[in-house]
Design a protein around this ligand. Sequence first.
Ligand code: CS2
Ligand code: MG
Length: 412
Amino acid sequence: MIIDKAEVIVTSPDRNFVTLRITTDDGLVGIGDATLNGRELAVVAYLQEHVAPLLLGADASRIEDMWQFLYRGAYWRRGPVTMAAIAAVDMALWDIKGKAAGMPVYQLLGGASRDGLMAYGHASGKELPEIFDSIRAHQEKGFRSIRVQTGVPGLKAIYGIASQGADVGDGSVRYDHEPARRGARPTQEDWDTRAYLRHIPTVFEAVRNEFGPELPLLHDGHHRMTPLQAAKLAKSLEPYDLFWLEDCTPAENQEALKLVRQASTTPLAIGEIFNTYWDYKDIIANQLIDYVRSAVTHTGGISHMKKLMDYAAMFQIKSGFHGPTDVSPVGMAAAMHLGLAIHNFGIQEYMQHGERTNQVFRQTFTWNDGYLHPGDEPGLGVTLDVDEAGKYPYEQAYLPFNRLADGTVHDW
Ligand code: CS2
Ligand code: MG
């Protein structure tokens, strides 16, 4: 099972995706997601110029050895571009191994530890009526857990509001959740932490009054608070019994989470911008988080994420794998296979890709009554239609960024 072809396929049906496609001399094909939102072509170059030539002639069955070769052999370690590239190789080799064995990848990881994966969707709105409608719409789609993001009075455009139609200053009106905004320049949005901290408890008070105490609710702080502000936020949301508060403060300063922990019992989820288990070493050992937020796509693939989750299990920390529309269906499938197999699964983010994306990536996973299942096709269970992919060339796109009222750049 020798690799004789390694192609990097860039396609942009609803947004840009990067896929590594590996073919062996006995005709097996494996695919891996290498999408890094807003910096896609950096990973394309890393794969095409530096990794693909090293794959040719290699034994596709040696997944761990290839991982260690690509990680240690590069000399320069870690980082989002490197680890997304390694992740794509890892996913593609697991896909091939499953096809060679005639088994879905979760069976190769130890088999199913549950019947299905509880998933959460993204409800949002500028104000309460729109938020309530969005929650109901997600319940009608079958979601049993729901993330709630809200507009903030006085702010024109902020992260996570699907219907935000404000003119954000560059003439653009439509702002989707995650897809990086197409266009030659990043879109500027605005932020005011004090206004947000005053407003957010009133939103969850209203949501709890409307939908009751049972519904698992999640919220994403999206890195925008200082540690003390994050502590205030976590404490203010404690009465509303969140499933988790995510990215309450930028996690480069991991010590800061001790302050949040001292202030509140609101569960914390961190890690979607991490890319190796080294980023988690101390916050897991010090019990500073409750959920691991990484995506398989951004964190070295299935092999590395399995090791990370085994370490997290020692501290009763569970998975909450990242699953926005900027993780491709291949990355989603990999997350589902891993999530089904590990004991310490927590919840799976599921934003649901667009119709054109689902035409390019033919998937066999199921979504039923609030639960995902990766399916039982050999490998990852996703096929990339290369011809369909060719209809959607790459389009330059950037994630938005924030400026405060005085013009200072701020975390988005
Ligand atoms: C968000 C991410 O889903 C989430 O929790 O934080 O979708 C994030 O905004 C995007 O991945 C950025 O590309
Ligand atoms: Mg997030």
